[in-house]
Write a protein of this length. Sequence first.
Length: 230
Amino acid sequence: MALALLGLSACSVLPTGSPSGLHSGSPTTAPARSTLAITSSFELSARFSLVAEGKSHSGRLSWQHSPSGDVWLLSSPFGQGVAEIVSDASGARLTTASGQHESDSDLDALTRRVLGYALPLGGLADWLGDATSSVLGAESSALDTRDAQGRPQHLVRDGWFIDFSYDGDDAQAAPSRVFIVRPGGPELRLRIDEWRLPEPAAAGLSRVDVPVSPVDLRGVFAARPGFGGA
């Protein structure tokens, strides 16, 4: 989604750092997959690369997930914050660095309207949940596979193909790379630089009320070169 938001940022940027409610302490060892599965909450920092409609875009994201919803901070490849998205039971709300606002019934509806095509951010938490669990979820497919260490390697969900890869052979390692593609559709790659468990005080999301101000963002997309190692 940041391919549109990067174009909106112009000279304005949000403060760099973590989304609302994320702590900013020193990096820690990534939690084990079993721990992530039990808590149902996580924080991560990642680089992304998106190929869609013949163009390549890249940037960074910080993401807080909990059972009550998600907070995303999207940044340029150089770390300048360009937008924050809050998604929960009441809908999805977006605020850009230039002061523009969008909202919709859910995250998938918001991304489809802003981008003009489907990007499955709403399902990403569930798919990562499958990657951290020892038992695949109710949406498991006969095409799902695991690697030699028993970690989920390939999933098929709602027409999307999801591949996970890991740093090292630790059976409890959380995935470090995610590749999502739909035939004929966009390709999204995540290089996860850091996983964290939320601080106890940050287990719930900080709600952000975003006023609705309809705006057509599709005409201001800005192509960005991809990055290595995604």
